[in-house]
Design a protein. Structure first.
Length: 229
């Protein structure tokens, strides 16, 4: 009896020791994994500390690289950004910068900035790292291999996910398609890869979104001017 009791006691102590050892090793393994992830910048608990702009759950540092130009103070940009930010759940500060970039590209290329923003809305919902199964990438869903000439001045196809470059190249493609087809609706259908669609659904979506952006500007213009302090 004494021998049996001693053996059972030994088994219990061994079981407790092994359980503690297992838990300790599991804890150390988890800690090591967290350390390695943190060292590799794969684990980020405070995206804002790196100056990144957040798109919902998406963090994209290049948006911050757009800089703060006139758009930071232009009420027109803020009115459009407010509408887009609420509808597409995009950080307002980042949206203001994208609106400014769209206006800059539109003025350079000769395309209505609201049309550029409407295309961005329909194509990517302002996700700067969106990618389709066909290989279209970025805010305006440009397929780099089809427009290598336009990316050459920006350093190559790798620049497709840079927001400024993506918007500028997309605006140039949009203008070229409108010119080639002879009218806005057909140009939009070609941009959306739906030229054969007689119903023109893609063009209708873009034009409808452009109209909503125009209405957002109209609401701003109807607001009473603030008297100087």
């Amino acid at each position: 009896m004494n021998t049996t009791a001693s053996w059972r006691g030994l088994q219990q102590r061994a079981g407790i020791f092994l359980a503690r050892l297992y838990n300790g090793l599991a804890f150390l393994g988890t800690g090591a994994l967290v350390f390695l992830l943190a060292q590799g910048n794969l684990l980020t608990t405070e995206p804002a500390a790196r100056g990144s702009a957040a798109f919902g759950s998406i963090t994209y540092e290049s948006v911050a690289g757009l800089g703060a130009g006139d758009e930071a103070h232009d009420p027109k940009y803020h009115a459009i950004a407010s509408y887009l930010s609420k509808k597409y759940k995009v950080a307002t500060d980042a949206t203001v910068q994208l609106v400014g970039a769209a206006y800059d590209a539109g003025n350079r290329v000769g395309v209505d900035p609201l049309l550029i923003l409407a295309v961005m809305a329909i194509e990517s919902k302002f996700n700067p790292i969106a990618e389709s199964v066909a290989g279209a990438k970025g805010l305006m869903q440009v397929i780099p291999r089809h427009h290598q000439d336009k990316f050459s001045e920006h350093g190559g196809e790798e620049a497709v996910l840079d927001p400024t470059t993506n918007i500028q190249v997309g605006a140039r493609i949009l203008k070229d398609y409108i010119r080639r087809t002879g009218n806005l609706e057909a140009g939009l259908q070609l941009y959306g890869g739906a030229l054969s669609d007689a119903s023109g659904q893609y063009a209708q979506k873009v034009i409808a979104e452009k109209e909503r952006l125009r209405q957002a500007l109209q609401r701003l213009e109807k607001q009473p001017a603030k008297s100087p302090a």
